[in-house]
Ligand binder design. Structure first.
Ligand code: SAM
Length: 244
């Protein structure tokens, strides 16, 4: 069926590509991709050969109407390098224009690093605010953090290894010593989640920029710190005694 298919792809582990995503990608007439070399690898993995075209929201103005016209006539897919398109990735303007033109829009949900990190962090998930990448310049970053400070929600940020230490220091300065989690290389070989307060995490990464891709999650203001090891220990002992 003609339409624009928004297809989520793995954020590391190729096994996370859903059967439906694979079937759609193999069956469309064209794939609009962020980086065709990255997507070519995925297509090889599923044994599909499909024409590709690179797409960014700032791509040449003429490109979007052409894609919208194609989507009215035949099925086309939008993918990004990893995870869910439109989430800190291109696509929103394409969906906006496709919707305005009456294109059939279908999403194939799947991996998203922000949501995956929330499931790992042990922080409240009932309200969260995804803020993508903070600005890299110090002043703009401090302003952005000051805007986030009063929000009563778990904060979710994307960051890169080399910038992590500076980012954590700025977060500690702007938010105080909230609990946080650093989820790195989710679904990949060197996956790791490190939890602690922002000051502890800032100290830990100060002279040790980690490799790979990172999601930072931060507790809402006023969230009590997790129980200390002794309290957990006695609760565990009691639970084990009750179970036997
Ligand atoms: N659209 C993607 C999604 O749905 O997650 C995000 C794209 S954004 C350009 C890339 C950023 O996502 C990385 O810098 C990192 O912060 C985060 N990310 C992507 N894959 C990750 C992974 N496997 N583990 C941790 N963070 C990841």
């Amino acid at each position: 069926e003609p339409g624009l298919y928004i297809v989520a792809t793995p954020i590391g582990n190729l096994g996370d590509l859903s059967p439906r995503a694979a079937a759609i990608l193999a069956g469309v007439a064209l794939i609009a991709a962020e980086d065709s070399r990255v997507t070519a690898k995925l297509l090889r993995h599923i044994g599909a050969r499909v024409p590709m075209q690179s797409y960014h929201d700032h791509s040449a103005e003429g490109l979007r109407p052409a894609l919208v016209a194609r989507a009215l006539a035949e099925p086309i897919a939008l993918v990004s390098d990893a995870g869910t398109p439109l989430i800190s990735d291109p696509g929103y303007k394409l969906v906006r224009d496709a919707r305005a033109a009456g294109v059939n829009i279908v999403t194939i949900p799947g991996p998203c690093a922000a949501v995956a990190a929330l499931t790992l962090a042990g922080l409240p998930t009932d309200r969260f605010l995804f803020a993508g990448f903070l600005p890299s310049k110090q002043g703009a970053r401090a302003t952005a953090i000051a805007e986030l400070a009063p929000i009563r929600a778990t904060l979710v940020l994307y960051e890169s290894g080399p910038r992590l230490a500076a980012c954590l220091a700025a977060l500690y300065a702007g938010l105080g010593d909230r609990q946080a989690a650093i989820a790195r290389e989710i679904s990949k070989r060197f996956e790791e989640t490190v939890t602690g307060s922002l000051s502890e995490l800032a100290a830990r990464y100060e002279n040790a920029a980690p490799r790979g891709e990172i999601v930072i999650t931060i507790a809402p203001p006023g969230e009590p710190p997790p129980a200390d090891a002794d309290t957990l220990d006695s609760a565990l002992t009691a639970a084990l005694a009750a179970a036997t």
